[in-house]
Design a protein around this ligand. Structure first.
Ligand code: XMP
Length: 317
């Protein structure tokens, strides 16, 4: 009979045995998985775990600062790295979704490696890989086709020569959340929607510029805060906004405008492998749409995505 307390005891024992007095480095993403994995490893080996949290300039508005505070509150030894400029430089001019993922993956490894190499004698890399990451990567990255390369799986470069420790590899998302709650990780981390590693880069169709990121951050913040204010956040598995490479005509006062279109997406799911669009109330959608158009400069139209997975995917890229 599976309980999170049993899972936690067994996992911490195993981690202690496997890791001994070795040092571990781990990248945190702000998400549930890496936070729970880090907390388990920290319970097992304490200060021998060093965490690295990278600001890639593709996070949600204010996410970096807020999440860094939560990590410090958990007692984790965490280094925050501002690498925004590096990521924007690596992404400049790239429009292809897989090209973006590769540029982001490569840059992340560079930044992470630089931090990891400052820790003397580190032997292990901690990862928050969960079961669906493992199967989706295996099944879609076959010889025939790569649907989306999940850069956080198997992307370890040879030069790092680190062994990998993945304490959540057998769990689904709801199991991870149960374990996280049993570990008393705060609800603002545990209840957080999944967020892709490449972040807002795969929600900006076309090339990435800091201005587009900022526009999307404002739109996304209004949508997500709206979900919270209307008690809808926990009803939704994942939500976000997409900046389309499309301009449309509008009016403001007596002026004709020609500005951007954003799409809102909210889905229900169990593990991200299949998903349905959420029937958000029309009143809510209307209010959020008004707020976005009134408050975010350069956006004059909002649409709602009503596609399910399959055949669509959750992200647009
Ligand atoms: P899709 O778009 O494939 O997304 O239906 C399924 C889930 O995976 C997330 N996702 C990613 N996560 N790196 C990640 O870490 C990625 O490249 C990536 N692409 C999609 C997506 O947000 C959803 O939760």
């Amino acid at each position: 009979d599976w309980t999170s307390d049993v899972f936690i005891d067994i996992t911490i024992d195993e981690l202690k045995q496997t890791l001994g007095d070795d040092k571990v480095v781990m990248g945190l993403s702000g998400g549930v998985d890496s936070s729970v994995a880090a907390t388990l490893i920290h319970r097992a080996i304490g200060e021998n775990l060093t965490c690295v949290f990278v600001d890639n300039g593709l996070l949600r508005k204010s996410e970096f600062e807020e999440v860094l505070e939560s990590y410090k509150g958990l007692g984790l030894n965490v280094i925050g790295v501002d690498a925004k400029a590096k990521f924007y430089a690596a992404l400049a001019g790239i429009s292809d979704p897989e090209g973006k993922r590769k540029a982001i993956g490569r840059t992340f490894i560079e930044v992470f490696d630089e931090e990891a190499s400052k820790i003397t004698g580190v032997k292990w890399l901690g990862q928050g890989t969960i079961y669906p990451d493992v199967i989706e990567s295996v099944s879609v990255n076959g010889p025939s086709a790569t649907i989306k390369s999940h850069h956080n799986v198997g992307g370890l470069p040879d030069f790092m020569k680190l062994k990998v420790v993945e304490p959540l590899k057998t769990l689904f998302k709801d199991g991870v959340r149960e374990v996280g709650r049993a570990l008393e990780i705060p609800e603002n981390i545990i209840g957080r929607h999944p967020f892709p590693g490449p972040g807002l880069a795969i929600r900006i169709l076309g090339d990435i510029t800091p201005e587009k990121v900022q526009t999307l951050q404002e739109v996304d913040a209004i949508f997500i805060q709206g979900l919270r204010d209307h008690g809808l956040y926990d009803e939704v598995w994942q939500a976000g906004a997409i900046l389309l490479p499309v301009q449309s005509v509008g009016v403001m006062g007596d002026e004709r405008t020609y500005e951007r279109v954003v799409a809102l997406r909210a889905v229900s799911s169990v593990d991200g492998m299949t998903a349905d669009w959420v029937h958000l109330p029309y009143e809510f959608l209307g209010k959020v749409s008004n707020d976005i158009i009134n408050k975010v400069k350069g956006v004059n139209r909002v649409v709602y995505d009503i596609s399910s997975k399959p055949p669509a995917t959750i992200e647009w890229e």
